[in-house]
Every structure is written in structure tokens, then in C-alpha cells.
Design a protein around this ligand. Structure first.
Ligand SMILES: [Cu+2]
Length: 141
């Protein structure tokens, strides 16, 4: 006859159970409440607003307004689509070391923003109307 010398320690088991619950709980929280980008206030000292004006999809005399902005490095630019057609804000040229941005399809009434942390000249256009929807951002130190 043998007797098992292995006696599960209830304290250890409870601790493991607790750790499991905490890890599982935080995973649940992360999955159910994913981090959302903080909304920005525009206009503000740190955010420049650019409008996508109504009618720009059919009127080639219109453009991003303003299509040429100068901002301080580390601040934001926010675009808002006031048109009833979708547009995009798609970087075409960025300073070396900077990441190209692309809003994807920006539907009517929606906004898109970027924070530019590399100084230099950025150019962008709308993928749907690249012939007349072109903009510049000059990011200064
Ligand atoms: Cu467009």
C-alpha cells in the first residue's frame, strides 16, 4: 500500500485561481473595451482644421480648405468631410523618416486627424479626385 505524498496546497491553488481570474478578467476587459484614439479639439492651439468643402467632388475649382497649412512639429491636423461624397486624405510625399498617412475612405461628416512629429514638407491628395484635391502641410520646428 502506498500513500501519495503529494498534497495539493489549497493556498497555492487559490493563488493560481486568483491569478487566472485576474488575467482572464483583464483580457476580457481589453477585448470588450478596446482603447480608442482620444478625440482632439479642433481648432485649438495644437490642432489645425482643414475642411473638405461641399461640392468638391464635382467642382474642380474647389480643394481642401485650406490646401496649404503651416503647423508646429508635434501638433495635429484634422480634416472634416463636409461634402456628401467620400474622399480620402492620402500622403503622397513625406519628409524622410516620417510615416505616410492615409485616412482611407472618409465618408460624409467624418473626420480624420494626424499628429506630425517630423518637420518638413508633406504633400497629400484625395485618391478619388487627385487632379484637383491636393494639399500641403509645412511642419516647422
Ligand atoms: Cu475627393
Amino acid at each position: 500500500m502506498t500513500t501519495s505524498t503529494y498534497q495539493p496546497d489549497t493556498v497555492v491553488l487559490s493563488a493560481l485561481l486568483l491569478v487566472g481570474l485576474v488575467l482572464g478578467g483583464s483580457m476580457f476587459y481589453v477585448l470588450v473595451f478596446p482603447a480608442k484614439p482620444k478625440p482632439i479639439v479642433c481648432p485649438s492651439p495644437t490642432a489645425t482644421c482643414v475642411d473638405i468643402p461641399s461640392g468638391v467632388s464635382i467642382d474642380s475649382h474647389l480643394n481642401f480648405a485650406s490646401s496649404n497649412v503651416k503647423i508646429k512639429v508635434g501638433t495635429f491636423v484634422q480634416w472634416k468631410n463636409h461634402d456628401d461624397s467620400p474622399h480620402t486624405v492620402t500622403a503622397t510625399l513625406v519628409p524622410s523618416g516620417a510615416t505616410k498617412f492615409d485616412s482611407g475612405e472618409l465618408d460624409s461628416g467624418n473626420t480624420f486627424f494626424v499628429q506630425l512629429t517630423t518637420p518638413g514638407l508633406y504633400t497629400y491628395h484625395c485618391n478619388f479626385h487627385p487632379l484637383w484635391m491636393r494639399g500641403f502641410i509645412n511642419v516647422t520646428l
